[in-house]
Design a protein around this ligand. Structure first.
Ligand code: F6R
Ligand code: MG
Ligand code: MG
Length: 365
């Protein structure tokens, strides 16, 4: 019987400001997950937090895009919003963009990453949780995991990986997709995914077996709502070992604090800092952006106790690098390349200021 892993996430209220999650809100998420397991809807489930985002990690047998699973996530975010309202948390219901659930969580605000798998005799899986960054931020780490032999030794020396991986890339503005195979089409792939604000890697498959290796959330809140409403802090699920990169190859890309968009007001570039769950509360300039990796060893769909993979001194260098890069970028203040280009900023006063000063611009032609 195939199993499905669904990670559905939303920011329904921050504590304090947008920096972290109130324990009562996280408890409400955990309670909803426990009840859904007891009712038989889910095989297993957990609720976790990264910054101000609530991540529901659910294991079930109902396939991807299942209405009942999506409704459960929707209801859980509604309950979370009520807790946030009661405690006057900041931005209660922030990512909930529609008034009523209409069968699927996609397009309603929350982000989702789902994969249907035939569980292997041993199935190591990593769930990544990001905060203060954006859909598309996984492009670079996914490329390193699945296409860069300097990151993933298995691409060169392990037979099951040697045939390469296929990337499904979404054009988030045009709502279209393309499949590109590595290593042959690597340069074509990079033309697109090197621009993560528009092109995001949705899914990766092993070309020899066809099995899904990774999936990420590509939901763009601003494109759904037509205006800035909050950051589409992303999530991803990655299978490890055997015909997939090893755990160590999957988390190796995060030894560098890559520059991603997000940070203050979703309008600045900043370094993506890998941290433990305990350190995933971005406060300095509402950042730096965070990435947490929870490792699960599935057992007939049971999640078990997650391993907090960046809770490791090997990642101290990346954290130091992120702090140093933050210091450097912050010195630019309101100037690019710390500030995002004009058409990428989530907050802008440009139209109003431009309108106010329109008659003071003198033609020089
Ligand atoms: C970034 C983020 C925060 C807010 C900032 C202003 O993703 O969530 O940086 O953009 O704290 O928030 P408001 O406008 O709600 O005061
Ligand atoms: Mg928030
Ligand atoms: Mg957030």
């Amino acid at each position: 019987m195939p199993q499905t892993l669904s990670v559905i996430k939303a920011d329904v209220g921050g504590y304090v400001g947008h920096s972290a999650m109130h324990p009562e809100l996280l408890d409400a998420g955990r309670e909803a997950m426990t009840q859904a397991v007891q009712s038989g809807l889910l095989i297993d489930a957990q609720a976790h937090a990264c910054g101000d985002d609530l991540f529901l990690v659910m294991s079930h047998e109902r396939g991807e895009d299942n209405e009942e699973i999506h409704r459960l996530a929707w209801d859980t975010f509604q309950t979370g919003t009520e807790v946030a309202q009661k405690l006057h948390l900041y931005g209660a219901g922030q990512d909930i963009l529609v008034d009523a659930f209409s069968g699927n969580i996609r397009g309603a605000g929350p982000g989702s990453a789902e994969m249907e798998i035939e569980e292997r005799p041993s199935e190591p899986v990593i769930v990544f949780m990001g905060d203060k960054t954006s859909a598309g931020s996984f492009n670079l780490p996914f490329f390193k995991m699945f296409a860069d032999p300097f990151n993933t030794a298995g691409l060169v020396i392990a037979e099951p990986l040697h045939g390469g991986f296929e990337f499904e890339v979404h054009d988030v503005k045009e709502a279209s997709r393309i499949h590109l195979a590595c290593p042959e089409e690597m340069y074509d792939l990079l033309v697109f995914i090197g621009s993560p604000a528009r092109y995001a890697v949705k899914r990766v498959r092993n070309r020899q077996t066809g099995e899904v290796a990774a999936v990420s959330s590509t939901d763009k809140l601003s494109l759904i709502a037509g205006r800035y409403v909050g950051k589409d802090d992303p999530t991803a699920i990655v299978r490890c070992q055997g015909v997939f990169p090893a755990v160590g190859e999957v988390i190796e890309p995060f030894t560098t604090a890559w520059t991603v968009e997000g940070f203050m007001r979703g309008s600045h570039y900043g370094p993506w800092m890998p941290t433990s769950v305990d350190q995933a509360h971005p406060s300095r300039f509402d950042g730096p952006p965070r990435i947490v990796a929870l490792g699960f060893q599935l057992a007939e769909g049971k999640l078990g106790v997650p391993r907090d993979l960046f809770d490791d001194p090997s990642y101290d260098n990346a954290r130091d690098e992120a702090s140093r890069v933050s210091d450097y970028l912050r010195k630019h203040g309101p100037f690019e390349p710390h500030r995002l280009p004009l058409d990428e900023m989530e907050y802008t006063t440009m139209p109003a200021v431009a309108a106010k000063l329109s008659d003071r611009w003198e033609s020089m032609e």
